[in-house]
Design a protein. Structure first.
Length: 455
């Protein structure tokens, strides 16, 4: 491996920790927020889905804007890291505000949650877009990026564990379940806010920007011109398609799974944290395995194998019997292996497009790339999750009820098992066409290094 491309272990850890604030807040929002506002605040599923839809569309728009801002930022702390420092407190506070119920009528609550979701998504963008763009700037080596992605996703799964199982421990075990949700969820919100600030500070202090930048190569194109130049790249089109399908499948699963566990499988409240936590623990353990799979067989083949496996695991959600806790725990562990790869491998593929773009277009624009990628992803995800929650209402889901009609339970099963599986299948079809290999990447890097040496 070339000297200067090896990222020290301590810095990989610091970078990995930086993925935790976004993942804790994002995972908690996806797993619990819609369930909370529907069943505790008393908002209809369709209206909860509308809040999510509007918030995500704004999130998508702001991602691109933030990407361009961070690309043009110049400071003694680099282009990306200052936003981790100054965005941490606003992100934590806005997350805590999501779990309050300050009004008694549904209209006021709808407007309140809409406003807070917009605030949260703005602060989320201010921190996570620069963080994502930091990844390719830490190292420009193909395998080091896979290693960085492995560290990042290992900490991401730890964050998901804190968000999924940790939240359940607080609201269902430390507090006495549904009867105390109005008190326990706000406590959880402020606890997470403190973690967010501490973790981003750790990442800010522990990372360094190593990419070589030249002001002459700063891209100043508008949104559509930038998108057009990206779209001309076959690598971008295929990697983006792969990423969109993979992440949409994950988002649908995360949004519906709590409804599945509580309303279909009837998991006891004091065991929710166990079922939510097991797949994430397994995912953390499996992350190094998928990193090695990517190194041995290439990222493309590894993603095809893992997505096929995940589809098979999700099929058990269609037949899982209500009340059978051992069965659903086994399914959760089984699914965790596939869940691990669905996050490790796609996120290690995306940074490789940065150098392809620089090779073809002569500019380096990580922020614009991640801004456009997340813009398109969040817009598509907002529609998909909005449709899923609307289907819950259409099939008769009763907000605040401990018992749901058979039609709603069937819809929940299909949305949990079949919905994500469809998108993971489309992920396989997309990644099979991906032209980025280790050999191709190294050829591109050799040309780029020669260009920089000639300046």
């Amino acid at each position: 491996m070339k000297k200067g491309f090896v990222v020290p272990l301590w810095e990989k850890i610091a970078f990995g920790v930086g993925d935790m604030p976004g993942n804790i807040t994002y995972t908690a929002l996806h797993f619990y927020f819609i369930f909370y506002v529907v069943n505790i605040a008393g908002i209809r599923p369709e209206m909860a889905g509308l809040i999510f839809l509007i918030g995500r569309v704004w999130d998508a728009v702001s991602d691109y804007i933030m990407g361009r801002i961070s690309d043009r930022t110049r400071s003694r702390f680099g282009r990306r890291r200052p936003y981790l420092l100054f965005g941490a407190v606003p992100l934590g506070v806005s997350f805590a505000l999501l779990w309050l119920i300050p009004f008694g009528d549904s209209t006021s609550l709808f407007l309140y949650y809409l406003a807070v979701v917009l605030l949260f998504n703005t602060t989320f963008t201010i921190t996570t877009v620069p963080y994502n763009a930091l990844h390719p700037e830490l190292s420009q080596n193909y395998d080091e990026r896979t290693s960085l992605s492995g560290f990042r996703m290992a900490f991401a799964f730890l964050a998901n564990l804190i968000a999924a199982a940790g939240v359940a421990v607080i609201v269902d075990s430390i507090y006495p379940g549904r009867a105390a949700y109005r008190e326990s969820y706000p406590v959880m919100g402020w606890m997470v806010a403190g973690l967010v600030v501490a973790m981003y500070l750790f990442t800010f202090l522990g990372t360094r920007d190593r990419a070589i930048h030249c002001d002459a190569t700063i891209d100043k194109s508008g949104f559509f011109e930038t998108l057009k130049s990206f779209w001309r790249l076959k690598e971008f089109r295929i990697a983006l398609t792969m990423f969109l399908f993979n992440q949409i499948g994950t988002d649908i699963f995360m949004t519906i799974v709590l409804f599945f566990l509580k309303d279909v499988i009837l998991v006891p409240e004091n065991m929710t944290f166990v079922v939510m936590g097991i797949p994430l623990i397994v995912a953390v353990i499996a992350a190094p395995f998928w990193v090695k799979m990517g190194e041995w067989f290439g990222k493309k083949k590894a993603l095809i194998i893992s997505s096929s496996y995940f589809i098979f695991a999700l099929a058990f959600c269609l037949v899982a019997p209500a009340g059978n806790l051992p069965f659903i725990i086994a399914v959760a562990a089984f699914a965790g292996i596939g869940m691990s790869a669905s996050q490790v491998i796609p996120w290690s593929i995306l940074p490789d497009v940065i150098e392809i773009d620089e090779y073809e277009n002569g500019v380096r624009r990580e922020g614009a790339f991640y801004g456009i990628t997340t813009f398109l992803y969040k817009a598509a995800s907002a529609i998909a999750v909005g449709v899923a929650t609307t289907l819950l209402g259409y099939f008769g889901y009763i907000e605040g009820s401990a018992t749901q009609p058979a039609s709603a339970q069937t819809a929940i099963r299909l949305l949990t098992g079949l919905g994500p599986a469809l998108f993971f299948f489309l992920t396989i079809l997309a990644v099979k066409r991906l032209p980025i290999t280790r050999e191709r990447f190294e050829e591109v890097m050799a040309v780029l290094n020669a260009r920089k040496a000639a300046r």
